[in-house]
Structure formats: C-alpha cells, structure tokens
Design a protein around this ligand. Structure first.
Ligand code: AMP
Ligand code: MG
Length: 486
C-alpha cells in the first residue's frame, strides 16, 4: 500500500498517561478471511487509497499493521443498566491510529473484534459476523439520515468459529469516529485515578475535540465543555426519537463524548409505533425502552457531571445540566414541527405531537410510513396514511385536525411536500432488512448487504427500483428478538 504514505497519521490518544490504555497486538483471525464490504465513499472522504480494497482484509483480520499504527486497548469504566462496573475497557477493540483527511478532519480507527485485551473479562475478544454487519449498516443508515454517528470503514469475515447462543463465525470491522473517547473514560479517571487525571483527560479532550473552548478562562472552559457535551447528547437523542430509533444499550460506556450514536448492539428502528418498545430482549425492565431514552440520556449526563466535580463547582454543574432539558425540548419540538410540515410555531403544537404519538401507539401504526404518507399528502392524497389504519375513521378525524392546523401555514403544498420528504425518510433500516442481509452474508453472499447500503444512502429520496425496501415488514420481521450477544 505504497500510496498510503500520502496520508498524515498519528495517535493522539497516546498523549494521555499510560493508565488510560494498554498496548495490545491484534490476535489474527484464523481460517479463511474475506473482505465483506469496503466503504468507498467514506474512504474517499478520508483520502485513503482506493486501488485495491482487498489489501485491507489483512488489517481487518489482525494479520498486518501499517507503519505508524500503534494498537492500544482503551481503559474506561461505566454504568451498565444503572450499576457501576469498574472492569470495562476495550475488551475486543483496539485503537489503531488516527488519519487526517484532505479536508483536515482527523478520525481515529478502532478495530472491533481484534482479540482479547486486559479488559476482556470473560469475553473471547471476538465479534461475530451478525453483529458486525448490524453495526456497519446502522452507522451508515444514521449518517445518511443526518444523525451523528460513528461509521465503519471496512468489514472482514473469517471462518473462525465463535460461540454465542449458537456457533457463529468471527468478523472484525474498522470503525472510525472523530474520537472514541466515551463518558466512561471520565468515570474511570474520576473514580480510580483522581483529580489530576480528570483534568488531564478533560484538557486533552477539549484541546483535540472542542478546540473552540480552549481560549476560555479555566473557570468558564470546563463548564462550557460539559454544557456542550450535554447539548450534543440531548440533540442526538432528540434525533433518535424523531426517526424512531432505539439504541438498546445506553450504558454510560456507550455514550460518546462528542455526541455520536455509538456502539450498535440490539438496536431497532420502530416499525409499528410502540412508545414503550424494548429492542434489547435482555433488558427485561425496559430501562432503555424507546420512550425512556431522553431521560436515560439525562442520567448519563449526570454521571459525566459527577465525574467532573473536581473541575466544576456545584452551581455551575447544575446550570450545565439544565441545558439538557432546554436543548432536548427545543430540538424535539422543532424536529416534530418539521416532520409535520409546520413552519410556524404554535403553542398547541406539542399537544398535537403528543396526541399523534398516542394515536400511533394505540393503533400500532407504522411510524415511518405514517410520516412519509403525511409528507406526500399533496401529491398522493390521503390513502397512504388512511390505509395504515384498520379504523379509517381514526385517520380521518386526525387528518381533519391536521388540515385545520395547516390552514394557518403560508407555505405552498408543493414546497411543504418537498421539505417534509427531506425530513421524513422513506427508507429506514428495519431489523428484518438487516436480518436478510446477515443471512446472505453468513452464506457467503455479500451482494444483498451492498445493495441495502446503497438504498440507505438516500433515505429521503424516492428510489422506485428499490420500492420493496420501503414496504411494511412481514409478520416474522416485526418486533424481532435481538439479543445483546455480539
Ligand atoms: P458492549 O455491551 O458491547 O458495549 O460491551 C461492554 C463491555 O464488554 C466492553 O468493555 C466490551 O469491550 C466488552 N465486551 C463485549 N463483548 C466482548 C467479547 N466478546 N470479548 C471481550 N470483551 C467483550
Ligand atoms: Mg460498548
């Protein structure tokens, strides 16, 4: 890979004290390895050589490193389902290096499924093909929906057997982000290393990832940092609620410090709307149910705030935390207004949104198709919306109220349709679509994955050749049981 030498690489995470990581070499995958997918679009943005993507397979398989890669497992801790776990860290992933793209954007690379590390606990250090395909798909889906997310650069699969509920096969993916630093890093520093380490980590994070804050005096810089993380988190979660995304495992070690959607496990996009939907079947109490996500985001920000108490006084902490509610509420109502095609704010809009959710919940209406159907009312008429309801009268009554509300808007129906179609996706990553491509890739056919990724790149556009991807899910594909095992 000679042409790779044109890229600037570094590993800024190593500027942190070595208590924050362990040097670990990838454990090569055994068996035959194949490149399942290479993210050409992302690679282009990152300025990577594209001539022979197959050459990346050896890196994915942990069989080769490029000059300059210094693989480390990051140490962090976190709250899992509300319980503090001091033993977390990269148990199967390694930070390889950072590369700078032609646009100056620096991204770090994380090889997930690279083998055991000092933080593996009882795990085998591997990731299975099923969960790796799911992570790959969802990072792309979120990105093209316009929601902050980590992304995957490439994915390899091997014939090495891995034991989960059944015997599966190992895979590994390279995930990239502006940073892989999590809330859990700060919890680790605070609970185990002390105030100096918290300051070092916070300074490092601000310097590299929130550079605009660096010029502020210290007394303002740290509160500004926390407030910004809180706002980003609130915005990302408002985006999840708007598109009907359930994360599934919102533990504080899965919360990105820059507000990315992070660590895709048993996630789901809602099909039939169910406010209390629990996508992770091991989450029996529903801690991470769809309608609890905004509150859990707040709780996670409180955990972060708690980890920063040595840098920020109590009054300021409280002020920072208040940003959550304001930002979430503003982001959510603005997004819902856009989803409903309302350019003008009306005090009764929140009531309309809540009543709409109640109706969708009570009648189990497909969330995505409902909003897409509203978007195309001017050109398609009410049928796509009405036909989602067993009781058409419910739809008609709601549509009357909606039309009354639209009467106070000045936008032309055509312009409104165009705007709404840019806000309400036609194509989302339904779990059954992911399941179909997983089964194909498990059988050695990666074409369906490539095709689905192509569809997910244009979620807001009509793609007549891919109409079937926008269909209602088949009965077997609704409310699939997705376990945490990965
Ligand atoms: P997750 O639920 O995927 O966010 O993982 C929680 C913790 O378990 C993290 O510290 C992971 O690195 C670790 N972990 C998950 N799966 C494995 C595995 N197969 N081997 C080693 N560590 C793992
Ligand atoms: Mg995790």
């Amino acid at each position: 890979m000679a042409s790779f030498s044109g890229i600037t690489t570094r590993q800024r995470y190593l500027e942190l004290p070595d208590t924050f990581y362990s040097h670990v070499h990838p454990t090569p995958l055994r068996g035959d390895v194949r490149l399942v997918h290479f993210n050409a679009g992302l690679a282009r943005d990152m300025g990577l050589p594209m001539e022979s993507p197959e050459e990346w397979a050896d890196i994915g398989a942990g069989r080769a490193l490029l000059e300059g890669m210094i693989p480390v497992a990051m140490k962090y801790t976190g709250h899992q389902f509300g319980m503090y776990n001091p033993d977390l860290g990269d148990g199967r992933g390694l930070l390889l290096w950072e590369t700078e793209g032609p646009d100056g954007r620096v991204r770090d690379w994380h090889l997930k499924g690279a083998g055991q590390t000092p933080y593996s606990r009882f795990g085998d250090g591997r990731a299975v093909l099923r969960s790796s395909v799911r992570e790959y798909l969802c990072g792309e889906a979120m990105h093209y929906l316009g929601i902050a997310s980590t992304r995957s650069l490439f994915l390899v699969s091997s014939t090495e057997p891995v034991r989960r509920e059944t015997i599966e096969t190992a895979a590994a993916l390279v995930r990239v982000a502006d940073t892989h630093i999590r809330f859990g890093h700060f919890e680790y520093a605070s609970h185990h290393l002390g105030p100096d380490a918290v300051k070092t980590l916070t300074d490092h994070t601000i310097h590299h990832h929130f550079p605009d804050l660096e010029a502020l005096p210290e007394s303002e810089r740290y509160p500004a940092f926390l407030a910004e993380v809180v706002r980003r988190t609130a915005r990302t979660i408002a985006d999840w609620q708007g598109v009907g995304f359930c994360h599934g495992v919102m533990n504080s070690d899965n919360m990105s410090i820059i507000g990315d959607t992070f660590d895709y496990g048993p996630y789901a996009f809602l099909d039939d709307f169910d406010a209390r939907y629990i996508c992770n079947h091991t989450d029996q109490g529903g801690r991470y149910a769809y309608n609890r996500q905004p509150e859990i985001g707040f709780i996670n920000c409180q955990l972060l705030a708690h980890a920063l108490t040595s840098l920020i006084d109590e009054d300021q902490l409280r002020r920072c935390m208040r940003e959550y509610e304001t930002t979430y509420n503003d982001s959510f109502i603005n997004l819902m207004r856009r989803k409903l095609g309302l350019a003008r704010a009306d005090d009764n809009d929140l009531g309309l949104v809540m009543d709409t959710y109640s109706m969708l919940h009570e009648h189990g209406i497909d969330y995505t198709r409902f909003f897409r159907g509203l978007s195309t009312l001017p050109s398609q008429g009410p049928a796509p919306v009405r036909d989602l309801f067993a009781d058409r009268g419910v739809a008609d009554e709601w549509l009357r109220r909606y039309h009354n509300r639209l009467a106070s808007e000045d936008c032309s129906p055509e312009d409104r349709e165009a705007d709404m179609c840019r806000t309400n996706p036609k194509y989302i990553l339904r779990n059954y679509l992911a399941q179909n491509v997983i089964e194909a890739s498990q059988a050695g056919d990666d074409q369906p994955l490539a095709e689905l990724l192509k569809v997910l790149k244009r979620p807001y556009d009509e793609q007549p050749e891919f109409e079937e991807y926008a269909a209602l899910p088949p009965d077997w594909g609704k409310h699939m049981d997705i376990s945490c095992s990965s």
